[in-house]
Design a protein around this ligand. Sequence first.
Ligand code: HEC
Ligand code: HEC
Ligand code: HEC
Ligand code: HEC
Ligand code: HEC
Length: 194
Amino acid sequence: MHQDKHKHINYLLFIIALLLLWACTPKFSYSVRSFLFDGVPNPYEVEVTVIKDSLYTIDSTLVNGISMTSFVRNEFNLHTPYGKRECAKCHDRNDMDKPRLPLPDLCNQCHEDYNKTYKILHGPVASGDCTQCHSPHQSKLKNLLLRSGQELCLNCHTTPLVLANKDHDNIENTNCTSCHNPHGGNNDMFLLMK
Ligand code: HEC
Ligand code: HEC
Ligand code: HEC
Ligand code: HEC
Ligand code: HEC
């Protein structure tokens, strides 16, 4: 008699456990939820949401009602110290809006000082206007550049003046940097082949 009672309780617990398992599957909760509320999305349809912040993309994919969230780097190329969130290398924590050193000193903490590398510096390099061509944080382009191709240079040098130079006949879409070093050189025009 005593033994039988135990058996019954065990059976009951087993059935309750099965019911709970079934109730927790997405299909069950989906049919319950769509019965109760209209417009509940079907978890069997794959749904992708991409939420962006400045550093990472949260790629949340709903597969069979289970949310698979992974952190993937977004399409920007991050400047290494920015990606590592070493903000303090370039900013004062109490005044994030501006760099903590004047440029190019700020950059020269980690990069070669072009003043020492080249006899003649390109105008914006000499004046420390690195951020006229580079983003200090991130860019979709290689080398953290702000503009691509000739655009980078024609932002300051005017097309008619560049085209007026016979050395520029037939350059068409050739990158200016295939002939000129963007930072400086040992001759006036920082030509690469000289
Ligand atoms: C390699 C140096 C460097 C690092 C590392 C860096 N910054 Fe900057 N940051 C700059 C410079 C330079 C400027 C000024 C931009 C300009 O002149 O256009 C700037 C500007 C800013 C500004 C002003 C608004 C803007 O976007 O122009 C904010 C805010 C800022 N940085 C936040 C951050 C945060 C947060 C981090 C860390 C995740 C960080 N920075 C890392 C160099 C850096
Ligand atoms: C705290 C150190 C640090 C400072 C300060 C710093 N950089 Fe960098 N920078 C790096 C590192 C590390 C790399 C990656 C180097 C490598 O991969 O060889 C890098 C790479 C770069 C690259 C190449 C990026 C690429 O995609 O290949 C550029 C351009 C650059 N930095 C510009 C700047 C400019 C402009 C400044 C000043 C506003 C600056 N950096 C200040 C550490 C720094
Ligand atoms: C006129 C635009 C321009 C200016 C201004 C400029 N750069 Fe660059 N920089 C480039 C280009 C373009 C590249 C890509 C390399 C190439 O095409 O030769 C580059 C590449 C780099 C690189 C990575 C590759 C390398 O050559 O080591 C670093 C680091 C860098 N620049 C730092 C700086 C710093 C620091 C300053 C300011 C002192 C600066 N740049 C100013 C255009 C510029
Ligand atoms: C932020 C503005 C700016 C950008 C962007 C810029 N330059 Fe310059 N460039 C200057 C200034 C300023 C001078 C110096 C003034 C002068 O000598 O005419 C100069 C001078 C030059 C000179 C020497 C001219 C001479 O007569 O001595 C060459 C060559 C040159 N730039 C090529 C380029 C190339 C190539 C690019 C693109 C990679 C570029 N520049 C992008 C501002 C810029
Ligand atoms: C095929 C190689 C080549 C290409 C590509 C090229 N240049 Fe030049 N550039 C030269 C030569 C060569 C000179 C003359 C050098 C001399 O007189 O010693 C020159 C001179 C210059 C000068 C100084 C003289 C002047 O005309 O004011 C500037 C500025 C200049 N180039 C900018 C640019 C820009 C901007 C681009 C891209 C739109 C570009 N160059 C593309 C070869 C080239």
